[in-house]
Design a protein around this ligand. Sequence first.
Ligand code: NAD
Ligand code: IPM
Ligand code: MN
Length: 346
Amino acid sequence: MKTHRIAAIPGDGIGSPVTDAALSVASASGARLEVTRFDWSCETCLATDAMMPADGIDTLRGFDAIFLGAVGWPARLPDHVTLAPLIRMRQTFDLYACVRPARTFAGVPRPLRRDDEIDLVVVRENSEGEYVDNGGVVAAGTADEVAIQSAVHTRRGVERILRFSFDLARQRRRRLTMITKSNAQRYAYVLWDRVLAELAPHYADVATDKLHIDAATLELVRRPHTFDVIVGSNLFGDILSDLTGGVTGSLGLNPSANLDPERRAPSLFEPVHGSAPDIAGRGIANPVAAVLSAAMMLEWLGEMPAAVAIRGAVASALAAGNRTPDLGGTLTTTQMTASIVERVAG
Ligand code: NAD
Ligand code: IPM
Ligand code: MN
């Protein structure tokens, strides 16, 4: 059996306990992981003035995968400084496909009145769009201050994420919904519309439709069970993946994979959620999002039986009533993790 070299960046707040949980479930699954931890956190930044060493990206390049807990301590350091390395990793390694599944689980209360099963995937363009570091400020701090930040959407970038999404839809229920705001933003998102129209005939077996981002937020509350694969730009995918977490029960359940589908660089796996300063240090973070991110990592690394075992263990632990406070339960992170580990190992 192959040993996979993993770079783990636990980060801040609940990032650390959920990383420990994910890695302990991963090792209980039988996969062989050699984990190197990097303490690239706000604490480190306060002590050294840097979130990540200058050669951090080169260091990561040598690993088979990267696992990140969560970063951010907004009370002490500005988010646009501390989160910059994460965005740099995604862009430098060209991890252009961000895959964010969201599903309902037996045993987890639903925040919406409907009780239909939700099983969808948000695919987020992860390399360009609204997240390109492109802009500037003039007359800073004066009454005449001007800030400009321009998004960049390339035909190549749009086409590759749409093709990825069509291919994913083919492995699922063959429905693809593209999210834009092309009724108001007439250059960038109209390019998305044109590329979709060009590609759709080549994927005639996939039913496609389009929603503007405002309508999409409404429909994801009104009829979330009807969605299969949802694709959108970097910012829209970010927003929608918090919403899809919310409608399935808690952001504490939602994993994500930042993939380089061409496998030129290590892919990065992390929960959708952040460092949750409001509950950090209390031992009550839900570890499921991180645990399911580890399952996505193992699947990517070719360890499908381990990934399937972890997903089954999570579903069975939740169905048996094991719940952290975000799901209305009373278990601690450690107890919830133990309920999953015993099912993976058993
Ligand atoms: P957040 O995702 O950290 O928290 C939003 C809400 O969800 C909070 O009420 C939190 O308690 C709850 N929550 C999130 N994860 C949970 C879990 N596993 N178990 C139980 N409850 C959970 O979002 P935020 O508060 O907007 O951001 C906090 C910090 O995290 C900021 O610094 C932000 O920039 C950063 N952030 C980092 C990442 C990342 O590292 N990938 C992602 C998102 C936000
Ligand atoms: C996410 C996060 C990040 C993003 C932030 C922390 C920069 O919200 O991974 O969803 O917007 O990509
Ligand atoms: Mn987000």
